[in-house]
Design a protein around this ligand. Structure first.
Ligand SMILES: NC(=O)c1ccc[n+]([C@@H]2O[C@H](COP(=O)([O-])OP(=O)(O)OC[C@H]3O[C@@H](n4cnc5c(N)ncnc54)[C@H](O)[C@@H]3O)[C@@H](O)[C@H]2O)c1
Ligand SMILES: [Zn+2]
Length: 359
């Protein structure tokens, strides 16, 4: 029995792709996940599988689950790893009605979902995220893919999971830095689309950072709802969905300028958000009092390693942004907590905001 199970509706191209969130939900995997075939391939990493594989297996009691374990470091989120997953599945006589279950963080769901997208021109897949970031972000939204030497996430496909199942109890073992990075992304999502939940979360930062399971449960449900709502209205990021990139234009530049080592993605986004808040006050009428509250919430998740702020280094990455044009790079600004807009911002203004950002 799972008390407090939430089912978040997401409709993509007319078909239902529900998101289930609840403590203990993993134990009900084969009752909750719709249309499971008699056999699934579980893409996971040795770490996640050793910690939590037995729980997943007891949730998938009625079907055969074949583990396919991969190295889940960002450096191995590559075509070659997707190839290894496909080798394992094809050598096991894959059929069109088999399905993939991605059981891990965002690396596992990105590469596992991508292998599912191209195997036999598309196997169904299910996401069972095990990091906070994957529960509120990576596992929701159908973006799958791998990195290339020329940049992150350059090879990929939209392929929506049939369902997402998030069990906050899995977060008990997550390293602290990963947990805090996920909290940054969850706050970001609430700031874009749910002022009331953002307010609640701001008041419970310490409890969430201390992994209070009920607080995490509430946070995941509210952030997943906002992301699902936005994705449902613009599944292939033709417009509106871009607001989810709040804090990510500079965030990606900080992350890249640190060689993807100095800062986690969430830490880089925290600095990107700090800069976006300043720009929002200056350009979008965000009240300074609201910006101060958001900066304070971020500060309580830190301290974060300091980013590279060298203008030349940042500009090199900003210019590579997929949204870069001659007259600037589009950025996301907040008009109020809960209301975001897209605006063109010049390189000079980005660099100035990057150098001023404080947390
Ligand atoms: N597709 C999307 O829309 C989307 C959105 C955001 C991020 N991403 C991608 O997600 C990736 C980052 O994902 P992430 O932050 O989940 O990190 P991750 O997948 O790199 O996992 C972080 C670490 O935590 C470990 N881990 C996972 N679950 C655990 C658990 N329950 N207990 C203990 N350890 C656990 C993993 O083995 C790994 O070492 C990036 O590649 C990013 O590009 C994709
Ligand atoms: Zn992000």
């Amino acid at each position: 029995v799972v008390d407090n199970l939430a089912t978040i509706a997401l409709t993509i191209d007319g078909s239902e792709k529900p998101i289930f969130v609840g403590r203990g939900a993993l134990g009900l995997a084969d009752e909750l996940l719709p249309n499971l075939p008699s056999r699934v391939f579980v893409v996971s990493s040795p770490t996640v599988w050793n910690l939590h594989g037995s729980r997943l297996l007891s949730g998938l009691k009625r079907i055969e689950a074949v583990p396919v374990l991969i190295d889940d470091r960002e450096e191995t989120k590559t075509l070659s790893t997707a190839g290894k997953i496909m080798d394992a599945i094809l050598l096991d006589k894959a059929r069109r009605d088999d399905a993939v279950v991605a059981f891990g963080g965002g690396v596992v769901s990105d590469v596992g979902g991508f292998a599912a997208a191209i195997l036999l021109r598309g196997l169904r897949w299910y996401a069972v995220p095990t990091t906070l970031l994957a529960m509120v972000d990576a596992a929701i939204g159908g973006k799958t893919g791998v990195d290339h030497a020329c940049g992150k996430n350059l090879i990929g496909a939209f392929h929506f999971p049939e369902a997402v199942l998030a069990d906050p109890e899995l977060l008990a073992t997550l390293p602290d830095r990963q947990l805090r990075s996920g909290l940054v992304e969850a706050l970001k999502t609430l700031w874009i689309g749910d002022a009331a939940s953002a307010q609640t979360a701001s008041g419970r930062i310490e409890q969430m950072a201390g992994r209070d399971p009920d607080d995490l449960d509430v946070l995941i449900k509210s952030a997943a709802r906002v992301k699902a709502e936005i994705v449902g209205r613009d599944p292939r990021e033709e417009g509106l969905r871009r607001v989810l990139n709040l804090g990510h234009t500079l965030g990606h530049a900080f992350e890249a300028a640190g060689g993807y080592r100095d800062l986690t993605h969430g830490e880089a986004v925290a600095w990107g958000l700090a800069a976006a808040l300043d720009l929002s006050v200056a350009r979008a009428g965000l009240p300074e009092a609201e910006a101060r509250g958001m900066r304070e919430a971020l500060r309580r998740l830190g301290p974060f390693p300091r980013p590279v702020r060298d203008p030349e280094a940042l500009l090199a990455f900003l210019r590579r942004d997929k949204k870069a044009r001659r007259d600037g790079i589009s950025g996301i600004l907040l008009e109020r907590v809960g209301r975001a807009r897209i605006e063109r911002i010049s390189e000079e203004d980005w660099i100035a905001a990057a150098s001023r950002a404080v947390l």
